[in-house]
Design a protein around this ligand. Structure first.
Ligand code: KG4
Ligand code: ZN
Length: 336
Protein backbone atom coordinates (compact mmCIF):
# COMPACT_ATOMS: atom_id res chain seq x y z
CA UNK A 1 0.00 0.00 0.00
CA UNK A 2 1.38 3.44 -0.86
CA UNK A 3 -0.24 5.41 2.03
CA UNK A 4 -0.58 8.52 -0.12
CA UNK A 5 -3.35 11.08 0.25
CA UNK A 6 -5.35 10.16 -2.85
CA UNK A 7 -8.00 12.10 -4.76
CA UNK A 8 -9.98 9.73 -7.01
CA UNK A 9 -12.17 10.80 -9.92
CA UNK A 10 -14.84 8.72 -11.68
CA UNK A 11 -16.95 9.94 -14.62
CA UNK A 12 -17.23 6.90 -16.89
CA UNK A 13 -21.03 6.75 -17.15
CA UNK A 14 -23.77 8.70 -15.38
CA UNK A 15 -22.19 9.46 -12.00
CA UNK A 16 -19.76 12.33 -11.41
CA UNK A 17 -17.86 11.13 -8.37
CA UNK A 18 -14.83 12.04 -6.30
CA UNK A 19 -13.37 10.62 -3.11
CA UNK A 20 -10.33 11.10 -0.91
CA UNK A 21 -8.44 8.50 1.08
CA UNK A 22 -5.98 9.86 3.68
CA UNK A 23 -3.96 7.66 6.03
CA UNK A 24 -5.96 4.76 4.61
CA UNK A 25 -9.24 6.25 5.75
CA UNK A 26 -12.00 7.35 3.41
CA UNK A 27 -12.40 11.00 4.41
CA UNK A 28 -14.71 12.12 1.58
CA UNK A 29 -16.97 10.35 -0.87
CA UNK A 30 -19.20 12.46 -3.12
CA UNK A 31 -21.43 11.07 -5.87
CA UNK A 32 -23.54 13.29 -8.10
CA UNK A 33 -25.90 11.01 -10.01
CA UNK A 34 -27.51 11.95 -13.32
CA UNK A 35 -30.10 9.18 -13.16
CA UNK A 36 -33.04 11.62 -12.88
CA UNK A 37 -31.96 13.52 -16.00
CA UNK A 38 -31.67 10.31 -18.04
CA UNK A 39 -34.90 8.73 -16.81
CA UNK A 40 -37.17 10.42 -19.39
CA UNK A 41 -35.08 8.80 -22.14
CA UNK A 42 -35.24 5.34 -20.59
CA UNK A 43 -31.45 5.08 -20.36
CA UNK A 44 -28.19 7.01 -20.42
CA UNK A 45 -27.87 9.47 -23.33
CA UNK A 46 -24.08 9.76 -23.87
CA UNK A 47 -24.03 13.37 -25.07
CA UNK A 48 -26.23 14.52 -22.19
CA UNK A 49 -24.01 12.57 -19.77
CA UNK A 50 -20.89 14.43 -20.96
CA UNK A 51 -22.62 17.79 -20.63
CA UNK A 52 -23.88 17.04 -17.13
CA UNK A 53 -20.40 15.89 -16.03
CA UNK A 54 -19.03 19.22 -17.27
CA UNK A 55 -21.70 21.16 -15.40
CA UNK A 56 -21.24 19.24 -12.14
CA UNK A 57 -17.57 18.43 -11.86
CA UNK A 58 -16.44 21.69 -10.23
CA UNK A 59 -19.10 21.46 -7.54
CA UNK A 60 -18.28 17.80 -6.86
CA UNK A 61 -14.60 18.72 -6.48
CA UNK A 62 -15.32 21.62 -4.09
CA UNK A 63 -17.64 19.49 -1.97
CA UNK A 64 -15.11 16.65 -1.82
CA UNK A 65 -12.31 18.96 -0.62
CA UNK A 66 -14.66 20.55 1.91
CA UNK A 67 -15.83 17.20 3.29
CA UNK A 68 -12.21 16.03 3.64
CA UNK A 69 -11.21 19.37 5.24
CA UNK A 70 -8.19 19.43 2.91
CA UNK A 71 -6.77 21.71 0.26
CA UNK A 72 -5.32 20.69 -3.09
CA UNK A 73 -1.78 21.03 -1.74
CA UNK A 74 -2.50 18.09 0.62
CA UNK A 75 -3.17 15.75 -2.31
CA UNK A 76 -0.22 13.50 -3.22
CA UNK A 77 -1.81 11.38 -5.93
CA UNK A 78 -4.75 11.78 -8.30
CA UNK A 79 -6.32 8.58 -9.68
CA UNK A 80 -8.72 8.93 -12.58
CA UNK A 81 -10.79 6.39 -14.51
CA UNK A 82 -9.50 6.32 -18.10
CA UNK A 83 -11.82 3.52 -19.28
CA UNK A 84 -13.87 1.57 -20.04
CA UNK A 85 -16.95 3.78 -20.32
CA UNK A 86 -18.58 6.44 -22.48
CA UNK A 87 -15.88 8.31 -24.37
CA UNK A 88 -17.24 11.83 -23.82
CA UNK A 89 -17.97 11.16 -20.16
CA UNK A 90 -14.47 9.76 -19.57
CA UNK A 91 -12.92 12.81 -21.25
CA UNK A 92 -14.49 15.19 -18.74
CA UNK A 93 -13.02 13.41 -15.69
CA UNK A 94 -9.66 12.86 -17.35
CA UNK A 95 -9.30 16.46 -18.58
CA UNK A 96 -10.22 17.76 -15.15
CA UNK A 97 -7.69 15.42 -13.54
CA UNK A 98 -4.95 16.36 -16.00
CA UNK A 99 -5.55 20.07 -15.42
CA UNK A 100 -5.36 19.98 -11.64
CA UNK A 101 -2.45 17.52 -11.72
CA UNK A 102 -0.50 19.79 -14.09
CA UNK A 103 -1.21 23.07 -12.32
CA UNK A 104 -0.44 21.65 -8.87
CA UNK A 105 2.32 19.26 -9.93
CA UNK A 106 0.57 16.20 -8.49
CA UNK A 107 1.21 12.64 -9.67
CA UNK A 108 -1.55 11.33 -11.93
CA UNK A 109 -2.55 7.69 -12.24
CA UNK A 110 -5.00 6.50 -14.94
CA UNK A 111 -6.94 3.44 -13.74
CA UNK A 112 -9.49 0.88 -14.91
CA UNK A 113 -13.14 1.26 -13.92
CA UNK A 114 -13.77 -2.46 -13.33
CA UNK A 115 -10.58 -2.82 -11.28
CA UNK A 116 -12.11 -0.09 -9.11
CA UNK A 117 -15.32 -2.08 -8.68
CA UNK A 118 -13.27 -5.09 -7.55
CA UNK A 119 -11.33 -2.94 -5.03
CA UNK A 120 -14.58 -1.65 -3.48
CA UNK A 121 -14.32 -4.88 -1.49
CA UNK A 122 -10.94 -3.81 -0.08
CA UNK A 123 -12.71 -0.91 1.65
CA UNK A 124 -14.21 -3.46 4.04
CA UNK A 125 -12.16 -6.68 3.78
CA UNK A 126 -8.59 -7.66 2.95
CA UNK A 127 -8.10 -9.91 -0.05
CA UNK A 128 -7.00 -13.45 0.69
CA UNK A 129 -5.45 -14.72 -2.54
CA UNK A 130 -6.27 -16.43 -4.81
CA UNK A 131 -9.33 -14.20 -5.16
CA UNK A 132 -12.22 -14.74 -7.56
CA UNK A 133 -14.08 -11.54 -8.45
CA UNK A 134 -17.58 -11.89 -9.88
CA UNK A 135 -18.00 -8.71 -11.93
CA UNK A 136 -21.62 -7.86 -12.70
CA UNK A 137 -22.35 -4.36 -13.95
CA UNK A 138 -24.25 -2.46 -16.63
CA UNK A 139 -21.50 -3.10 -19.17
CA UNK A 140 -19.64 -6.16 -17.86
CA UNK A 141 -20.17 -9.76 -16.77
CA UNK A 142 -16.80 -11.30 -16.00
CA UNK A 143 -15.03 -13.75 -13.73
CA UNK A 144 -11.59 -12.49 -12.71
CA UNK A 145 -8.95 -14.51 -10.86
CA UNK A 146 -6.28 -12.63 -8.88
CA UNK A 147 -3.21 -14.28 -7.38
CA UNK A 148 -1.91 -10.98 -6.05
CA UNK A 149 -2.81 -7.29 -5.94
CA UNK A 150 -3.45 -5.81 -9.42
CA UNK A 151 -2.92 -9.22 -11.01
CA UNK A 152 -6.16 -9.39 -13.01
CA UNK A 153 -6.78 -12.51 -15.05
CA UNK A 154 -10.15 -12.50 -16.81
CA UNK A 155 -11.15 -16.17 -17.17
CA UNK A 156 -14.67 -15.61 -18.52
CA UNK A 157 -16.81 -12.86 -19.97
CA UNK A 158 -20.17 -12.33 -21.60
CA UNK A 159 -20.24 -13.09 -25.29
CA UNK A 160 -23.07 -10.62 -25.90
CA UNK A 161 -25.14 -8.54 -23.41
CA UNK A 162 -24.01 -7.72 -19.89
CA UNK A 163 -26.22 -8.84 -17.01
CA UNK A 164 -27.06 -5.29 -15.83
CA UNK A 165 -27.99 -4.25 -19.35
CA UNK A 166 -30.33 -7.28 -19.48
CA UNK A 167 -32.00 -6.23 -16.21
CA UNK A 168 -32.48 -2.74 -17.68
CA UNK A 169 -33.96 -4.08 -20.97
CA UNK A 170 -36.37 -6.44 -19.20
CA UNK A 171 -37.51 -3.56 -16.98
CA UNK A 172 -37.99 -1.41 -20.06
CA UNK A 173 -40.26 -3.89 -21.86
CA UNK A 174 -42.36 -4.11 -18.69
CA UNK A 175 -42.49 -0.30 -18.43
CA UNK A 176 -40.85 -0.32 -14.99
CA UNK A 177 -38.49 2.64 -15.46
CA UNK A 178 -34.74 3.21 -15.44
CA UNK A 179 -32.44 1.86 -14.07
CA UNK A 180 -34.26 -1.44 -14.09
CA UNK A 181 -32.01 -3.43 -11.77
CA UNK A 182 -33.14 -1.99 -8.42
CA UNK A 183 -36.83 -2.03 -9.46
CA UNK A 184 -36.67 -5.67 -10.59
CA UNK A 185 -34.82 -6.53 -7.38
CA UNK A 186 -37.76 -5.23 -5.33
CA UNK A 187 -40.58 -6.67 -7.46
CA UNK A 188 -39.02 -10.11 -7.87
CA UNK A 189 -39.30 -10.72 -4.14
CA UNK A 190 -43.08 -10.61 -4.50
CA UNK A 191 -43.26 -13.03 -7.45
CA UNK A 192 -42.85 -16.72 -8.25
CA UNK A 193 -40.77 -18.54 -10.83
CA UNK A 194 -43.70 -19.80 -12.89
CA UNK A 195 -42.22 -19.21 -16.36
CA UNK A 196 -38.98 -21.17 -16.02
CA UNK A 197 -37.12 -19.25 -18.69
CA UNK A 198 -34.21 -21.19 -20.18
CA UNK A 199 -31.04 -20.39 -18.27
CA UNK A 200 -28.40 -18.81 -20.49
CA UNK A 201 -26.73 -21.76 -22.21
CA UNK A 202 -24.02 -22.99 -19.91
CA UNK A 203 -21.03 -24.45 -21.64
CA UNK A 204 -19.26 -26.62 -19.09
CA UNK A 205 -15.95 -26.22 -20.86
CA UNK A 206 -15.44 -22.50 -20.23
CA UNK A 207 -16.36 -19.54 -18.02
CA UNK A 208 -18.12 -17.38 -20.59
CA UNK A 209 -21.68 -16.08 -20.29
CA UNK A 210 -24.46 -15.16 -22.71
CA UNK A 211 -27.51 -13.09 -21.83
CA UNK A 212 -29.09 -12.18 -25.19
CA UNK A 213 -31.07 -15.45 -25.42
CA UNK A 214 -32.61 -14.97 -21.99
CA UNK A 215 -33.38 -11.34 -22.79
CA UNK A 216 -35.21 -12.33 -26.01
CA UNK A 217 -37.08 -15.15 -24.23
CA UNK A 218 -38.43 -12.73 -21.61
CA UNK A 219 -39.33 -10.03 -24.16
CA UNK A 220 -41.07 -12.59 -26.43
CA UNK A 221 -43.05 -14.01 -23.51
CA UNK A 222 -44.25 -10.54 -22.47
CA UNK A 223 -45.22 -9.67 -26.06
CA UNK A 224 -47.08 -13.01 -26.46
CA UNK A 225 -49.02 -12.53 -23.23
CA UNK A 226 -49.96 -9.01 -24.27
CA UNK A 227 -51.05 -10.11 -27.76
CA UNK A 228 -53.22 -12.86 -26.33
CA UNK A 229 -54.52 -10.34 -23.78
CA UNK A 230 -53.66 -12.80 -21.01
CA UNK A 231 -53.35 -11.30 -17.55
CA UNK A 232 -49.91 -11.69 -15.96
CA UNK A 233 -48.01 -10.48 -12.94
CA UNK A 234 -44.90 -8.45 -13.65
CA UNK A 235 -43.61 -9.80 -10.35
CA UNK A 236 -43.73 -13.38 -11.70
CA UNK A 237 -41.99 -12.39 -14.93
CA UNK A 238 -39.09 -10.68 -13.15
CA UNK A 239 -38.79 -13.38 -10.49
CA UNK A 240 -38.56 -16.03 -13.23
CA UNK A 241 -36.07 -13.88 -15.16
CA UNK A 242 -33.84 -13.44 -12.12
CA UNK A 243 -33.69 -17.15 -11.34
CA UNK A 244 -32.39 -17.84 -14.85
CA UNK A 245 -30.05 -14.82 -14.92
CA UNK A 246 -28.28 -15.70 -11.67
CA UNK A 247 -28.02 -19.49 -12.16
CA UNK A 248 -24.99 -19.48 -14.51
CA UNK A 249 -23.08 -17.17 -12.15
CA UNK A 250 -23.47 -19.71 -9.35
CA UNK A 251 -22.49 -22.69 -11.51
CA UNK A 252 -19.39 -21.01 -12.99
CA UNK A 253 -18.28 -19.56 -9.66
CA UNK A 254 -18.40 -23.04 -8.17
CA UNK A 255 -16.35 -24.45 -11.04
CA UNK A 256 -13.76 -21.65 -10.77
CA UNK A 257 -13.41 -22.11 -7.00
CA UNK A 258 -12.38 -25.73 -7.58
CA UNK A 259 -10.16 -25.20 -10.61
CA UNK A 260 -8.27 -22.14 -9.33
CA UNK A 261 -8.19 -23.18 -5.63
CA UNK A 262 -9.90 -19.93 -4.69
CA UNK A 263 -9.77 -18.75 -1.06
CA UNK A 264 -11.83 -15.59 -1.34
CA UNK A 265 -14.83 -14.72 -3.53
CA UNK A 266 -15.73 -11.05 -3.94
CA UNK A 267 -18.66 -9.49 -5.76
CA UNK A 268 -18.28 -6.31 -7.85
CA UNK A 269 -20.30 -3.90 -10.03
CA UNK A 270 -23.76 -2.33 -9.90
CA UNK A 271 -25.60 -5.68 -9.94
CA UNK A 272 -23.69 -6.59 -6.75
CA UNK A 273 -26.48 -4.64 -5.00
CA UNK A 274 -28.98 -7.32 -6.05
CA UNK A 275 -30.50 -8.99 -3.01
CA UNK A 276 -31.29 -12.30 -4.72
CA UNK A 277 -27.73 -12.66 -6.03
CA UNK A 278 -26.31 -11.81 -2.59
CA UNK A 279 -28.57 -14.37 -0.94
CA UNK A 280 -27.70 -17.11 -3.45
CA UNK A 281 -23.96 -16.48 -3.07
CA UNK A 282 -24.25 -16.63 0.71
CA UNK A 283 -26.22 -19.88 0.53
CA UNK A 284 -23.78 -21.54 -1.86
CA UNK A 285 -20.35 -20.34 -0.85
CA UNK A 286 -20.13 -19.14 2.79
CA UNK A 287 -19.13 -22.58 3.99
CA UNK A 288 -16.60 -23.12 1.18
CA UNK A 289 -14.59 -19.87 0.97
CA UNK A 290 -14.30 -16.39 2.43
CA UNK A 291 -17.09 -14.38 0.78
CA UNK A 292 -17.21 -10.56 0.63
CA UNK A 293 -20.26 -8.67 -0.56
CA UNK A 294 -19.56 -4.94 -0.92
CA UNK A 295 -21.88 -2.67 1.11
CA UNK A 296 -24.71 -1.23 -0.96
CA UNK A 297 -23.21 2.27 -0.93
CA UNK A 298 -20.18 1.16 -2.96
CA UNK A 299 -21.79 -1.26 -5.45
CA UNK A 300 -22.87 1.24 -8.11
CA UNK A 301 -20.40 3.75 -9.57
CA UNK A 302 -18.45 5.83 -7.04
CA UNK A 303 -14.91 7.11 -6.56
CA UNK A 304 -14.23 5.53 -3.14
CA UNK A 305 -13.57 2.28 -4.98
CA UNK A 306 -11.15 4.09 -7.32
CA UNK A 307 -9.23 5.55 -4.36
CA UNK A 308 -9.18 2.10 -2.76
CA UNK A 309 -7.63 0.65 -5.94
CA UNK A 310 -5.05 3.45 -6.26
CA UNK A 311 -3.61 2.58 -2.81
CA UNK A 312 -2.08 -0.57 -4.32
CA UNK A 313 0.02 1.08 -7.03
CA UNK A 314 3.67 1.70 -6.35
CA UNK A 315 3.73 5.35 -7.36
CA UNK A 316 7.05 6.61 -6.03
CA UNK A 317 8.63 6.25 -9.48
CA UNK A 318 5.52 7.49 -11.27
CA UNK A 319 6.03 10.62 -13.40
CA UNK A 320 3.11 12.97 -13.95
CA UNK A 321 2.60 11.88 -17.52
CA UNK A 322 -0.27 13.74 -19.14
CA UNK A 323 -0.01 11.93 -22.47
CA UNK A 324 -2.35 9.01 -21.79
CA UNK A 325 -5.66 8.78 -23.65
CA UNK A 326 -9.09 7.69 -22.51
CA UNK A 327 -10.03 4.24 -23.78
CA UNK A 328 -13.76 3.41 -23.89
CA UNK A 329 -12.94 -0.29 -24.45
CA UNK A 330 -10.02 -0.58 -22.04
CA UNK A 331 -9.26 -4.24 -21.24
CA UNK A 332 -8.71 -5.44 -17.69
CA UNK A 333 -5.16 -6.82 -17.64
CA UNK A 334 -2.42 -7.40 -15.10
CA UNK A 335 -0.98 -4.05 -13.97
CA UNK A 336 2.68 -3.28 -13.37
O1 KG4 B 1 -21.54 -0.52 -12.05
P1 KG4 B 1 -22.69 0.32 -12.46
O2 KG4 B 1 -23.15 1.41 -11.53
O3 KG4 B 1 -22.37 0.98 -13.84
C1 KG4 B 1 -21.59 0.32 -14.79
O4 KG4 B 1 -20.35 0.31 -14.63
O5 KG4 B 1 -22.22 -0.27 -15.69
O6 KG4 B 1 -23.88 -0.68 -12.77
C2 KG4 B 1 -25.13 -0.23 -13.18
C3 KG4 B 1 -26.03 -1.44 -13.40
C4 KG4 B 1 -27.35 -1.10 -14.04
O7 KG4 B 1 -27.59 -1.99 -15.11
C5 KG4 B 1 -28.36 -1.30 -12.92
O8 KG4 B 1 -29.64 -1.70 -13.38
C6 KG4 B 1 -27.69 -2.41 -12.13
O9 KG4 B 1 -26.33 -2.06 -12.14
N1 KG4 B 1 -28.18 -2.50 -10.75
C7 KG4 B 1 -28.85 -3.58 -10.26
C8 KG4 B 1 -29.20 -3.26 -8.91
N2 KG4 B 1 -28.72 -2.01 -8.63
C9 KG4 B 1 -28.09 -1.57 -9.77
N3 KG4 B 1 -29.19 -4.74 -10.83
C10 KG4 B 1 -29.85 -5.64 -10.09
N4 KG4 B 1 -30.25 -5.41 -8.82
C11 KG4 B 1 -29.93 -4.26 -8.18
N5 KG4 B 1 -30.31 -4.04 -6.91
ZN1 ZN C 1 -19.52 0.61 -12.92
Amino acid sequence: MNNKTILAIESSCDETAMAIIKDNILVANVVSSQIKQHQDNGGVVPELASRLHLENIDAVFMETMKKAKLTISDIELIAVVAGPGLIGALHVGVMFAKSIAFINNIKLLPVHHIAGHIYANELIDEFVFPVLAIVVSGGHTELVVMNDHLDFNVIGRTLDDAIGETYDKVARVLGLGYPGGPIIDKLAGQGHNIYHFPSPKINDADYDFSYSGLKSAVINKVNQLRMKKEAFNKEDIVCSFQESAIAPLIVKTNKAIQEYHINHVVLAGGVAANSFLRKRLQEEFTSQVKLTLPPLWCCTDNAAMIASLARYYDVDELETNLNFKVNPNKELVKQR
